[in-house]
Design a protein around this ligand. Structure first.
Ligand code: SAH
Length: 224
């Protein structure tokens, strides 16, 4: 990101119109949450991808960000944030910061965001990316997110941006009563977007759409 010009950072006309088209597409695909759409209409996604891919940043697809990882497809970022139902009073845990784009979106709609990334280079650049955009209510740390981050629990929402064979138990433990956990569950190639809602009497599990994410690797995810 260091090589991007100030003009790109402020969002030149070209990027602004591409972003507006992306928002129209998200609406067409069924995203309704006004706060999520507003955040995504303002955050410069092209600054979260390698410079050579900046012209592709507003297409509705994942893109490589190095270390064999990807920035999630805009629709999935929007859908997961919508399912997490956060507002300015929410404390949110994110697992899999990647580029930091989803972190920036969460930071715009939530109160506080704690994000974990297992690859140190990505954790560092995600933290740098969000700070450059002035997100001061979000922090990215480098460790295995499948164990959660107990220091700041309980969380009103937990969003996992990588696919897991099952729901990591520590994340359910660290969810507040009434809290939402949004996580892709399935095999390495195909998952279903699952929302867990914690209630006084246990958890309610909802299955949403099919999705494809990179693997959640860690103690309560995939072994490698
Ligand atoms: N929302 C991010 C998506 C990144 S892809 C974006 O839009 O840029 C998923 C990320 O999850 C990868 O960067 C991967 O390294 C990370 N990841 C996988 N397993 C993890 C774990 N156990 N803890 C933290 N991060 C993990």
């Amino acid at each position: 990101m260091t090589n991007h010009s100030a003009e790109q950072a402020s969002g030149s006309g070209l990027y602004q119109s591409q972003r507006a088209r992306m928002i129209d597409l998200l609406r067409t695909r069924g995203i309704r949450d006004a706060q999520v759409l507003k955040a995504m209409s303002e955050i410069p996604r092209h600054l979260f991808v390698p410079e050579a891919l900046a012209s592709k940043a507003y297409g509705d697809h994942a893109l490589p960000i190095g270390d064999m990882q990807t920035i999630s497809q805009p629709y999935m970022v929007a859908r997961m944030t919508e399912l997490a139902q956060v507002d300015k009073d929410s404390t949110v845990l994110e697992i899999g910061a990647g580029s930091g784009y989803q972190t920036a979106v969460l930071s715009a709609v939530a109160g506080r965001v704690f994000s974990i990334e297992r690859i140190s280079d990505l954790a560092r650049s995600a933290q740098k990316n969000i700070r450059q955009l002035g997100c001061y209510n979000a922090t990215v740390k480098w460790f295995d997110g499948t164990i959660g981050w107990s220091d700041h629990a309980p969380y009103d929402a937990i969003l996992v941006a990588a696919g897991s064979p099952e729901v990591p138990e520590p994340l359910v433990t660290q969810l507040a009563v009434g809290g939402r956990l949004v996580i892709p569950i399935g095999d390495a190639e195909h998952q279903t977007l699952v929302r867990i809602i914690k209630t006084e009497r246990g958890v309610v599990r909802e299955n949403h759409e099919a999705c494809v994410f990179v693997k959640l690797i860690g103690r309560y995810g995939w072994p490698s």
